[in-house]
Design a binder for this molecule. Structure first.
Ligand code: DNO
Length: 360
């Protein structure tokens, strides 16, 4: 397991590379070029400069999170081939800077949804929270405004401004699309892109839908073990894999996260992992708690053990942290709580590893 942290370039992060370098056990970052419009090719010179900046700070650029997919690919429009061609060219450029893992998602219109980015917890910290009724009653444009007003001036990945213009029309469009058609559009993308992922030796790791249930009538597909099986069977290459996000899948009580890890990590199809905990307030309402098992509903020991037992040796990052100690940062992506989370997870791994090898 290789522990990394998500970091945003171009001055769009309160956390510096030097700070990340000082977190014990963290050797690299997951990052992106956030200013490239969705659908365009990511230029090689910008990628090389990004890699140099990270390497100069003594860290590795390990994972790209994310190269977003143009909505017309998800909708199956006739100009999708042009965007797929650009995607493949981006893969080629990523391979030239040595990237081995690409996290992306295939969620229609909106990436993740929350009702509150600074939900107050009794200890004085704040966390991101999801209240199903509130989210249902907001339309996504209102949610975009609420989220951006709470984002402390940092961009919110997945809520890029260019998405917002077409949101209402896009949501209308998807109302007439069946899940089968959506799976078909996904398969078309995979069948065209995965052969190049193989050629360029980049593992593709799709992120689950967050939350893993239908919202605004949009087709949600990466939501459960069964749907992950379907997804992986669309293209059987080992380069077609997943980002296992404990929090996204774990928002649904129906998902047994350690069992999901054992199944898909055992098959070598988990290429990247986001680990966070969450505390349910009801079936579909939750806040993102501290990583420690006793703070949330997910058992981190069982989660890390499932990875260890299946020989997982790919990238892990602590996912969203709370805001603690007065930190002012992009919601979910401050330094302190994620650093605590990273070291807690590394501690669990060390204990499990030594225990299994019989080391006292
Ligand atoms: C939210 C993130 C997601 C994730 C994308 C991957 O904080 O986990 O935005 O990066 O879904 O494409």
């Amino acid at each position: 397991m290789k522990m990394i942290l998500r970091w945003f370039p171009d001055g769009d992060d309160s956390v510096t590379l030097n700070q990340i370098k000082q977190i014990p056990g963290v050797s690299g970052v997951a990052t992106c070029l956030s200013k490239i419009p969705v659908g365009d090719v990511w230029p090689l010179d910008k990628l090389q400069a990004l890699k140099k900046e990270i390497n100069d700070a003594g860290l590795d650029l390990e994972v790209i999170e994310s190269v977003n997919i143009h909505e017309n690919i998800k909708k199956g429009f006739s100009d999708r081939d042009k965007y797929i061609k650009n995607y493949i060219e981006t893969l080629s450029n990523l391979s030239k800077i040595g990237i081995k893992c690409l996290c992306y998602n295939f969620m229609p219109v909106i990436d993740w949804a929350r009702s509150d980015l600074s939900y107050p917890l009794p200890d004085g910290s704040t966390a991101m929270a999801y209240n199903h009724d509130e989210v249902k009653n907001m339309n996504p444009e209102i949610m975009a405004n609420v989220l951006s007003s709470e984002s402390k001036g940092y961009s919110l990945p997945g809520w890029e401004p260019e998405r917002l213009n077409d949101m209402a029309a896009d949501i209308e469009y998807y109302k007439n699309m069946t899940h089968d058609e959506y799976w078909g559009n996904m398969k078309y993308f995979l069948d065209h892109v995965i052969p190049y992922a193989e050629k360029y030796d980049i593992k593709m790791a799709i992120h689950p839908d967050d939350p893993p249930w239908t919202l605004y009538g949009l087709p949600k597909v990466i939501t459960s073990a069964q749907n992950i099986r379907t997804f992986l069977s669309l293209n059987s290459s080992s380069y077609n894999g997943i980002t296992l996000c404990t929090g996204s899948l774990g928002s649904s009580y129906d998902n047994d996260i350690p069992a999901i890890i054992r199944e898909f990590s055992g098959q070598g199809r988990i290429h990247f992992t986001h680990i966070r905990n969450l505390k349910h307030l009801s079936d579909q309402d939750f806040y993102e708690s501290a990583h420690l098992s006793e703070c949330g509903d997910l058992d981190m020991y069982e989660i890390v053990k499932a990875f260890h037992d299946t020989g997982f040796d790919s990238y892990v990052r602590p996912d969203h942290g709370r805001m603690i100690w007065g930190e002012e940062a992009r919601p979910g992506y401050g330094l302190y709580d994620r650093a605590i989370g990273a070291n807690y997870l590394l501690g669990l791994w060390e204990a499990i590893d030594k225990n299994q090898r019989g080391i006292e």
